[in-house]
Ligand binder design. Sequence first.
Ligand code: FES
Length: 106
Amino acid sequence: MTILTIVAFDGATIDLDVADGSTVMENAVRNSVPGIDAECGGACACATCHVYVDDEWAERVGPPEAMEEDMLDFAFDVRPTSRLSCQIKMSAELDGLIVHVPERQG
Ligand code: FES
């Protein structure tokens, strides 16, 4: 059992029991989490699945790869902990991960 917590922009906390190997974006969309549009369906080509990784988790999740970093240029209010949620794969190592939804996408 791997737990993913998504904090919506209004502060609502959504705890999800997720499958290892699934992405944060897939779980957000499947559970109708507000604020994650994911227009490209996970191809790292839209930047509308932008999230902020919680400070406590930023090191373990790690930085974006080059293609994701380029795409993040199109996201709104990018911060040091910004990631595209379709590029974060859940695993036992990320059990308990917390991500925050930005004010808006794009
Ligand atoms: Fe499009 Fe993540 S869903 S970049």
